[in-house]
Design a protein around this ligand. Structure first.
Ligand SMILES: *Cc1c(COP(=O)(O)O)cnc(C)c1O
Length: 408
């Protein structure tokens, strides 16, 4: 008997929500919109209403929903071979590693699937490097991280979050992490000891509310690391791949990271692909059998990632992000409203900090046809797919202005 493929159904928004509430776990508080179709910056709900996506799946959709070139690659590769596991080699992995080398100048890539797995990979590599290359006594390595960080959801990663909601009730926690204030390079320098193997930082903190550190911060941290033989590792999972107006956000400053952790838009939203892109000295610490992932580096993911990267370059999405981001930021800064505390951003990555909880404003924006999500209670994050046009941003701006000057 042949199994027939089945996609979609024709329930109403209320019915889908009811089903999800009955059978799904409650680890998210989504807006009550059920997306059934999407293209570029636009999504459609179960009733056919249209919205502009101003979150882009936390920047996993920088290339826009259902990008046709990535779709073609996905289908083509899916028909040929999807998974070999790393027990055998596949044709796509070497090509992705080469492409990432050419884009960043880094020597090696280790592919994984989710962002959190790539962060874990970098942490493991850093500890191993600390013991084998730096000579830190075994099991005593320290890694410095920043307050307000977001690096994912594994037990080790939530062990060093400063956000109660991410951490509370999940102990016992993984030791070996030291937290310093974000944006304070002197604090990093002071926290370094002979046992420090790495400093892990987001060039801009997205989840914390688009927190942009002072100019020169990365350079000063980088210098402190280099002077003390400490690895400088960047989590570019959200800030990278065009979001900040550069391919990677660290490229706004003059630094050479030891590791770039990437994910999200690496696959243009089609399929989870993440990677650690690093020096040979760092990733070289792994020998066969010491780290891995069944799906990491699979040919489907690698093919999709290669096209996703080509789309970023050929459609000049970094430049667009820079230009259109400045354009929208200026316009939003011009909005006069007593509830706006600050408007900040870099590239098409803008945070509007309010004096009141942002959630009701996001709900009102949804009714106006804009999908935004609050982050950390008081901030509305605006991060549309980078394929958005100036006209579409003007359309969005009218609605932002309307909602932000309303009394809610
Ligand atoms: C999303 C994100 C992660 C985690 O990625 P997942 O794919 O959700 O595991 C890690 N770091 C940053 C900065 C992120 O934005």
């Amino acid at each position: 008997m042949q199994v027939k493929a089945e996609v979609g159904s024709s329930l109403t928004t209320a019915e889908y929500i009811e089903l999800e509430k009955r059978y799904g776990a409650f680890n998210y508080a989504p807006l009550d919109v059920v997306v059934k179709e999407a293209s570029g910056v636009w999504v459609h709900d179960a009733e056919g209403n249209k919205y502009m996506d101003c979150l882009a799946a936390y920047s996993a959709l920088n290339q826009g929903h259902c990008h046709p070139a990535i779709l073609e690659t996905m289908i083509d590769q899916a028909k040929r071979v999807t998974l070999t596991s790393r027990a055998f080699r596949n044709e796509q992995l070497p090509l992705l590693c080469r492409d990432l080398h050419e884009l960043t100048g880094m020597e090696m890539t280790l592919p994984m699937n989710s962002g959190a797995e790539a962060v874990e990979t970098a942490l493991k590599a850093a500890r191993r490097w600390g013991y084998e290359k730096k000579g830190i006594p075994v099991d005593e390595a320290e890694i410095i991280v920043c307050a307000g960080n977001f690096h994912g959801r594994t037990i080790t990663i939530v062990s060093f979050t400063t956000e109660d909601a991410y951490r509370k009730g999940f102990g016992p926690y993984t030791p070996g992490f030291k937290v310093v204030p974000y944006g304070d390079a002197e604090a990093v320098r002071k926290a370094i000891t002979p046992k420090t193997c790495a400093f892990l930082v987001e060039p801009i903190q997205g989840e914390a509310g688009i927190i942009i550190p002072p100019k020169g911060y990365l350079e000063e941290c980088h210098a402190a690391c280099k002077e003390n033989n400490v690895l400088f590792m960047l989590d570019e999972i959200q800030s990278g791949l065009g979001r900040s107006g550069k391919l990677f956000a660290y490229m706004h400053e003059d630094v050479r990271p030891d590791a770039i952790i990437t994910g999200k838009a690496l696959s243009g939203g089609y399929y989870p692909v993440s990677a650690v892109i690093a020096t040979g000295e760092l990733l070289g610490v792994f020998r066969p059998g010491e780290h891995g992932s069944t799906f990491g580096g699979n040919p489907l993911g690698c093919a999709v990632a290669r096209t996703a990267l080509r789309v970023l370059q050929e459609e000049n999405l970094c430049e667009r992000s820079e230009e259109l981001g400045s354009y929208l930021l200026e316009k939003l800064r011009g909005v006069r409203s007593p509830i706006i505390r600050e408007v900040r951003g870099r590239g098409l990555w803008i945070g509007i900090e309010l004096t009141k909880p942002a959630r009701p404003f996001c709900e009102e924006l949804m009714r106006e046809g804009l999908l935004c999500k609050e982050t950390h209670d008081f901030v509305i994050r605006i991060a549309p797919p980078l394929v958005v046009t100036q006209e579409e941003l003007d359309w969005a701006f009218e609605r932002f202005e309307k909602v932000l000057t309303k009394t809610i």
